[in-house]
Design a protein around this ligand. Structure first.
Ligand code: NAG
Ligand code: NAG
Ligand code: NAG
Ligand code: NAG
Length: 423
């Protein structure tokens, strides 16, 4: 009997720890129109489902609390709270009281880097439902979109999105708040952006029992740019975005020739390499973009790949029927990002090429002009089917390179409530 009871309690512990380790997972979908990524989660009482665009460079989670939205579990953050440290002021509202209309409330900057302005909103907490787990006490921003013309704060986002889930290195990002709350997850998250079907966002890092834990990740430091790159900030703030130290770039194994100082962060915070999932494609300083396209086109032509007229926003496009196939996508010259210690992140056809119609594939990088703040902004398409783990405890990034190399994709993991399919 005793051993049966022990067995039962061990089983319970095992089941509990399994469901705990798989609790905080969100599904990711790709929007075919904008080529951006979003997730969905429920907020408030009664639960209301929100589709939110995913922004690796966004400081908070914010959502729409328009006239018809209400929630009985919403608590605004008072301006006097020591958690109210931002520079968004204090908001007030004459009622009727509801999320988005409360008095003496700590303001929130509602940021969407695709919009032309910064908007104001409120900071407050409400219950969140992440997969099937209820989490309370987490702060987010909300704003009444009815107050702005043409849903301007949602500009450029997928049509279904009513806000943004920001994952940057801030006090209010969900990974950080989950690490401080009673859930005590490590301050880490992993993201796998799908090329089709569903990908996943794992709070606390890659779950040990998931089909993803078998992939060997290469680890590199995450760099802090000491100068803010945000649209609004306080003098002296460091950037909350994720930078990595790319030392050089290769095309089919040959080092690309350009002014390499662009890859360093200068004494004003310009230059360097960061991630942004609100960029559908990687954007490069012109002085990198031009030689990259030139070398890519030349090496493609060596492979008898036929160039055709360009299709905006891309410059180099090719006749699809002249390109071979490999397990990592179209057989085109590879692009390597050479990182600290000589580590290389290889970008294969699956991540470098974009099918713009049934006959044409384009080189999926975009010209960022002569004076972008950051020289290389790695966008969503280049991250698809790559498993990335952002470890904010050790300030390191683990990356898998293309999962296609292992005949896997981000959509291999089925997130269905608490269930992760294990291969
Ligand atoms: C108000 O917001 C709710 C929740 O996002 C949404 O379902 C509804 O369509 C919105 N109403 C308007 C008029 O935008
Ligand atoms: C919103 O819900 C709260 C709590 O249920 C209620 O007190 C308040 O009157 C509601 N506000 C509006 C505008 O309906
Ligand atoms: C909010 O504060 C203003 C100014 O103090 C006050 O006039 C108003 O009645 C308050 N509204 C509510 C709903 O408490
Ligand atoms: C990239 O995103 C922008 C802004 O969301 C959108 O206007 C554009 O159509 C997208 N480009 C492609 C090729 O999907």
């Amino acid at each position: 009997m005793a051993s049966f009871a022990t067995f039962l309690s061990l089983l319970t512990i095992a089941l509990l720890s399994f469901s705990c380790s798989s609790q905080f997972i969100l599904p990711i979908q790709k929007d075919p129109l904008t080529n951006l990524f979003s997730t969905s989660l429920s907020i408030g009482t009664p639960q209301h489902n929100f589709n939110l665009a995913i922004d690796l460079g966004g400081p908070i989670l914010w959502y729409d609390c328009n006239k018809s939205y209400n929630s009985s579990t919403y608590t605004p953050l008072s301006c006097d709270s020591k958690l109210c440290t931002n520079d968004a002021g204090c908001t007030s509202c004459d009622g009727p009281l509801k999320p988005g209309c409360t008095n003496n409330t700590c303001g929130a900057n509602i940021i969407n880097t695709l919009a032309d302005f910064i908007f104001s909103g409120d900071t407050g907490n409400d219950v969140l439902f992440i997969s099937n787990s209820k989490v309370s006490g987490l702060l987010s921003g909300c704003t009444n979109l009815d107050a702005f013309s043409d849903d301007e704060p949602l500009k450029g986002l997928p049509k279904t999105s009513k806000g943004i889930l920001g994952l940057a290195r801030t006090q209010l990002s969900l990974p950080k708040q989950l690490s401080l709350s009673s859930n005590k997850l490590p301050n880490k998250f992993a993201i796998c952006l799908p090329s089709s079907s569903k990908g996943s966002l794992f709070f606390g890092g890659i779950p040990q029992k998931s089909s993803f834990s078998k992939f060997q990740l290469t680890t590199i430091p995450l760099i802090i740019n000491p100068f803010s790159t945000a649209p609004i900030f306080t003098e002296g703030d460091a950037s909350y975005e994720y930078f990595i130290d790319v030392k050089s770039i290769k095309v089919n194994g040959e080092v690309l020739n350009f002014k390499s100082s662009l890859l360093s962060i200068d004494n004003k915070g310009n230059g360097g390499t960061k991630f942004s999932t609100l960029n559908n494609f990687t954007v490069l300083h012109s002085s990198i973009f031009k030689p990259l396209v030139r070398d890519f086109v030349k090496k493609a032509s060596d492979k008898k790949i036929k160039k055709v007229a360009s299709v905006a926003p891309f410059e180099a496009c090719f006749d699809l029927s002249t390109i071979g196939r490999t397990n990592t996508g179209l057989d085109v010259p590879t692009i390597d990002l050479v990182l600290e210690g000589g580590v290389e992140w290889t970008i294969f056809g699956g991540n470098s090429m974009v099918l713009v119609n049934k006959n044409v594939a384009c080189f999926g990088f975009v010209d960022g002009g002569k004076e972008p703040r950051t020289a290389v902004v790695i966008g969503g398409h280049q991250l698809e089917d790559n498993l990335l783990e952002f470890d904010l405890v050790s300030s390191k990034l683990g990356f898998s390179s293309s999962l296609l190399l292992h005949n896997a994709r981000c959509s291999n993991s089925e997130v269905n409530g608490n269930l992760i399919s294990i291969e």
